[in-house]
Design a protein around this ligand. Structure first.
Ligand code: F6P
Length: 341
């Protein structure tokens, strides 16, 4: 059997660890051969391939990014795209596909499965917003990077009596902000799920200054002021219709300075959160997902996605996992508010 493998969407630490586990189990145990597809769904669409054998995955465990490359190509947005994928898979002798991605990449996988393509999914995203799994790999690394940044910002904020804002990733879900904000002792955490009141944020900033302590505000890129529009960096959209976000941190700094008279500055962590080596926990999760994904192929579990439930790896239908995003529950957010201000 020949199995194609692709990585799509925003890259994330642990992708290479998944590839390594798939190949290291699939070749000796099942006698499979693997074919890497380059740049997400663009690979099967344009027949862009890369050899994926045991020598190709040597040394990959700690390496960030993806050796296959990634893109946000949506074959359903391309005229005749799906038929082209079918033809290419057939011409290349590929019997099954393992798609490693987030909501968009796996959404395509779910639709292709409905059309009879043999596909198994592996969930990845630093945002941790995929339903059906407790965690996605990449998230732990992103949270650790953001927490370290917050720790560092505390000392300089105090020296200069400034309010410092940290803008983290999270388009629709505030998981990175919530976890890193709690771990880093933020004075305010703002997430997309709960629109914020700028006046209230300023009140928390002032109360933190009154304690002779400088406030750190952690904000998800997708957070929004009450009654306000999303703060967009550009009107540009990707093939899945997502606008490019950014700018909420600068907006907050301006408002805090204007309303409190205190100096406020913003640090945008951006792609630093996605680059570099995965944490041990992400390597563990990515490796286990890879092992279970290739086992799912062996069992013919088409249309399924590997998922973490507690400490077990299980399978859930792709259609279920991509139906809606897993967002932060308001109760969980309320828990963190004890530390605000
Ligand atoms: O989807 C994951 C994510 O990290 C989002 O949080 C963020 O909005 C997006 O990727 C940005 O990715 P890119 O800069 O690659 O478009």
């Amino acid at each position: 059997m020949r199995v194609g493998v692709l990585t799509g969407g925003g890259d994330c630490p642990g992708l290479n660890a998944v590839l390594r586990a798939i190949v290291r189990k699939g070749v000796p145990e099942y006698g499979y051969s693997f074919l890497g597809f380059r740049d997400g769904w663009r690979g099967p669409l344009e027949a862009l391939t890369k050899p994926l054998d045991i020598p190709a995955v040597r040394g990959l465990l700690p390496r960030g990014g993806t050796i296959l490359g990634s893109s946000r190509t949506n074959p359903f947005a391309v005229e005749g795209g799906v038929e082209q994928i079918r033809r290419n898979l057939q011409d290349l002798g590929v019997d099954a596909l393992i798609a490693i991605g987030g909501e968009d990449t796996l959404g395509v996988a779910a639709q292709l499965h409905e059309m009879g393509v043999h596909v198994v999914g592996v969930p990845k995203t630093i945002d941790n917003d995929l339903a059906g799994t407790d965690y996605t790999f990449g998230f732990d690394t992103a949270v650790n990077i953001a927490t370290e940044a917050i720790d560092r910002l505390h000392t300089t904020a105090e020296s200069h009596h400034r309010a410092l804002i940290v803008e983290v990733m999270g388009r629709h879900a505030g998981w990175i902000a919530l976890h890193s904000g709690l771990a880093g002792g933020a004075s305010v955490i703002l997430i997309p799920e709960v629109p914020f009141d700028v006046e209230q944020v300023c009140a928390w900033v002032e109360s933190r200054f009154r304690l002779d302590y400088a406030p750190i505000i952690v904000v998800s890129e997708g957070a929004q002021p009450k009654d306000g529009d999303a703060v967009l960096q550009s009107g540009e959209k990707d093939a899945f219709g997502h606008v490019r976000l950014g700018g909420i941190g600068d907006y907050l700094a301006r408002e805090i300075e204007r309303r409190t008279g205190k100096e406020a500055r913003t640090t945008v962590l951006g792609h630093v959160q996605r680059g570099g080596t995965p944490t041990a926990r992400d390597r563990w999760l990515a490796t286990r997902f890879g092992l279970h994904a290739v086992a799912a192929v062996h069992e013919g579990q088409w249309g399924q996605m590997t998922a973490l439930r507690g400490t077990d790896i299980t399978l859930v239908p792709l259609s279920e996992a991509t139906k809606e995003l897993k967002v932060v529950d308001p109760g969980l957010y309320a828990e963190a508010q004890v530390f605000f201000g």
